[in-house]
Design a protein around this ligand. Structure first.
Ligand code: 0O2
Length: 205
């Protein structure tokens, strides 16, 4: 029997839903355990999403790839996305280490856009993980992107996204330069907040 693109798409979405649920559960357990052991919750909030088909299609077109289910699976690494927003810079690195230490998923790739920000000024720590899902006797690994960042980085990314989304074709140079400046200010803010946090930690010790 020939599987149609439509059936392939439904199957793909079903697997993404399984993988998303698995990833959410495992991350919740990891974070709860961390909080229990350290007596401290480093997470401000978590957002999860499965990328819309419109956004995934746009991504494929931007990469000059034909829009097929096969290419969606192989070329769009962030169909499943989790964003973990932390309070302080040190929390970001603690959470990244925590995720890297688990045996529940495989780390396929990592991008440290904090030490090496994107040319836009974007800062965040990205992990591409492989989440195992069990279908009868078969194990399949589904890719997901976990973004870990501070509240300040999240604020910048959210406003940057809004500006670029609203004016996709006509971003004047002064705006891109302004965004880059804001990103540097955000970095300074993160470093300052971290130093204040370090002082208080010293006091408490
Ligand atoms: P959305 O709205 O989050 O779905 P690759 O995935 O490796 O083929 P890509 O897409 O360049 O290549 O990967 P990258 O840059 O590691 O991560 C992509 C995601 O990071 C984006 O997903 C955004 O969420 C975020 N991101 C990257 N650069 C910027 C930026 O300049 N500004 C903002 N606000 N976010 C950024 P999507 O699919 O583009 O968007």
């Amino acid at each position: 029997m020939k599987i149609t693109e439509d059936e392939q798409y439904k199957e793909m979405m079903l697997k993404y839903n399984f993988a998303m649920q698995r990833l959410e559960t495992e991350l919740n357990i990891l974070l709860k355990e961390y909080e229990y052991k350290k007596g401290y919750n480093p997470v401000e909030h978590i957002k999860t999403r499965i990328k819309s088909i419109d956004s995934a299609t746009k991504k494929l077109k931007d990469k000059n790839c034909e829009v097929t289910v096969d290419n969606l699976i192989r070329k769009v690494y962030d169909m499943i996305g989790v964003r973990i927003v932390c309070s302080f810079l040190s929390d970001v690195y603690d959470i990244v280490d925590l995720i890297k230490s688990t045996k529940q998923f495989i780390i396929k790739r990592e991008n440290n856009y904090i030490d090496n920000p994107k040319s836009s000024g974007y800062r965040s720590y990205h992990l591409i993980v492989l989440v195992p899902i069990y279908l009868g006797e078969i194990v399949e690994y589904i890719e997901a992107e976990i973004q870990v960042r501070t509240v300040a980085m999240d604020c910048w990314a959210s406003l940057d996204h809004k500006l670029r989304y609203k004016f996709p074709n006509c971003i004047p140079k002064e705006v891109t330069e302004g965004l880059l400046e804001c990103s540097k200010d955000i970095d300074k803010l993160d470093l300052k907040m971290q130093s204040l946090y370090n002082i208080l930690r010293e006091y408490n010790n």
